[in-house]
Write a protein that binds this ligand. Sequence first.
Ligand code: SF4
Ligand code: SF4
Length: 433
Amino acid sequence: MVPSRYNIIIPTKDKKPSYFIYNTFSDSQAEIGSDVLSLLEPGHKIEAKKKEKILAKYAGDLNELGFLVKSRSDEDQAVKDWFFQKQNDQDELQITVLPTYDCNLRCVYCFQSDLDHPEKSASIGKKTILRLAEWAGERMDSTHPKRLLLLFYGGEPLLRKREILVLSALISDEARKRAVEMEIKIITNGTLLNPDFVNSLLPFGIKSVKITIDGTKDHHDQLRVKQKGKETFDLIVDNLLKTKDKLRFVVGSNYNLENFESIPRLFDYLIEIGLRDSISKVNFRPIFQGGNNYNCDVCSFSESDPSIQFWLYEEAQKRGLNTMDLLALGPCGFHKRDAYTIDPAGKVYKCEGLVGIEGAEMGDLYTKDIEEKASDFIARFDCFGKCGECKYLPICGGGCRYWAYVKTGDFFGVACEQKYFDFAVKEIIPKNN
Ligand code: SF4
Ligand code: SF4
């Protein structure tokens, strides 16, 4: 037996030497003494007889928890098999649609608003809508999923409500014919959300929307403004109150050094006005130079001070609000074969972070063998080759492809999150034990 590659050992602050151990592959955690540590860390001088005794006592448990493994090659294979299974899990088909690149806000940190993007005001047309519905049916026939998640994102998707309704109705029909359960989610800035629109989508399976509020009104209204600088906080909150009985909300907040302290006060305010039961989750992401071109829960946290992320996490927990898992950034949606993002022109991408990046599209709605193309595309990012023996691989997966592009110019490069994880494990594991 040999120690797992994925053990993280953190000394406790107790007087008697003891350690927390966490395994990023098995997700096991435990507190151990220096005798057990001698089995798990190289370089400990220990008599053979004593070692045998400790092994006899603990080896079974340590093996069951994944801290000791039969051999490194067995463990390497097990991790690769697990990864492969995750990539090829066919239970859920995920289709993200950008009905438009256009947006009615000019958030001060949105780098997209500064770009002279030729397709910036492009919206999805009738022909693309019809083909996309048919294409969704073909994907269901090909992979036989149990569920279909249809996610709308943009630009601001609610600038194209009619297109969203038509597409939802058509795809819901395709799903119903194949007895596939469908759920709709929307990522919106919240300014155009209203009860009539939500009512029209209820029969097709809308359950939640994600909106963004960047702290209390004074802060939010400096960051997320309409085109002529008009404020949006009151409008968004009013729309949440009007739709709260029909929907659950994920409230995302982008933060910088100026507004982060106001985010817990925002939580207090949302609770005070009666939104607690409608909020399924809150999450927060640092604002970067370079833009936030996507809206996944995960992000590059190594670029900012992780202690802010942890402070916000604790403030959310104190208020009983669900929030993201700080020890699981990956493997993200990029690695799932049956997850696609479609832009307004019908180009097909692996995930929303890659939309618009030259050379990142896998094809369009007429490309043959798209499942095979998706498998080939994700295989091109070989995180086992690129990240080598990194202990965090099972909870990272090599970082975000969009961030790799921003940092290295190559979306198959590595956006390393080691700095964040080194901090995160020391913060979280001792508190869990
Ligand atoms: S690669 Fe980045 S943008 Fe794409 S799914 Fe993963 S976290 Fe999201
Ligand atoms: S990106 Fe960095 S932290 Fe993530 S698995 Fe690769 S080497 Fe490890």
